[in-house]
Design a protein around this ligand. Sequence first.
Ligand code: ATP
Ligand code: MG
Length: 417
Amino acid sequence: MAVHIQPVKGTHDILPEEQGAWQRVRRVVEATLPLYGFREITTPMFEATELFERSVGVATDIVEKEMYTFADSKGRRISLRPEGTAGVVRSVVSNGRLRAHPLDKLYYFGPMFRRERPQKGRFRQFHQFGVEVIGEASPTLDVEVIALLMRLLAAVGAGALELQVNSVGCPRCRPAYRDLLVAELEERMAQLCEDCQRRVTTNPMRVLDCKVPTCGEATAGVPLLIDHLCGECTAHLDQVKVGLAALDIPFRLNPRLVRGLDYYTRTAFEVVAAGLGAQATVGAGGRYDGLVEELGGPPTPAVGFAVGLERLIELMEVEAEAPSVVVYLAALGAEARRRGLQIAEALRAAGLSCELDHGDRSLKAQLKRADRLGARKVVILGEQELAAGTAVVRDLARREQETIPLAELAATLAQAA
Ligand code: ATP
Ligand code: MG
């Protein structure tokens, strides 16, 4: 008995008809990133679990409940990567890149894995494109990275977007604020959702951007980090604002913006799209000045972002394109099909896309298929033509045909194309 195996919940296929949008994103990225000096890096899809525990953070939703973790045959804990930054930083450190590349500008594409509740815009295997700049602390770099993100989103045609910016402080100013916030949240514990009640002890800042409406109401008026930043973090944020203004990049300061990953310091940002509904954040990022050192490298500031490609593609309007067939080879009979194989290869070697009929169909059926495929020319190979060493070339648009020697076929068609 045959069984219908369904795709695993939260995964999806990217069908040929959908690939055009994915390819367009790739093309735009590959045309834009070199303008900013970035190079591509590819890291493994799985890493030691400890990498994500130390970077993303043990008390984050991602590490606490969303990772796909398993033990390999030696009992080592391995996780499918839930995001890209940790692996890139691990790679930069483990390959000792910083000596030769004190400012390493990297980008990546790839699948990420999180066991979240599947819904529109939320998958268990999804894809991200991201950039990381490792080795510079200046706020003008944050601005340049945000400018790059906005340029890319505009270039792929993502529509109306809102950039939100905040500062999540640094190890100097965050702990004192955290204590202040926890004290305040403990007063309001009863009004918080179950997740947030837990977050008060594990990850209190995350309570501030909880999407449950009652949590928003319950936390109205709590102290915000933006009013408790140290002098350096305040100055950094001011410089980011000045830089964005200088580039005419509109933004909204959102003091409640908190990223769901522990490694962020100072600048944090999100780009929210008008056209996405509930899961509206298309891209997000920020500074992570402590992460390189946390992962065994020298103290090295860094900044980056990641874009959710499924959400980005949802925003783009791209027509599905079928592969364009220029030449259709209509072969009549077994011998003609054998010759057809050779001719088809010769045409492809000359750079022409071509489709050969492998079935034993009538000329009429083959012409119909050529028409459906949008072929510009049909080469008819019949017994008579083969015997004479020629083929009939029919121009479907012009409704003309001529007989051409097989030896000249590739050159003639390539010239006409
Ligand atoms: P969200 O608030 O939407 O859950 P996040 O804070 O978990 O996002 P990041 O880890 O910063 O997101 O990931 C960057 C981007 O990757 C998000 O803005 C989103 O576009 C995309 N993304 C994150 N999780 C998923 C998912 N499960 N399915 C599809 N895209 C996702
Ligand atoms: Mg999330």
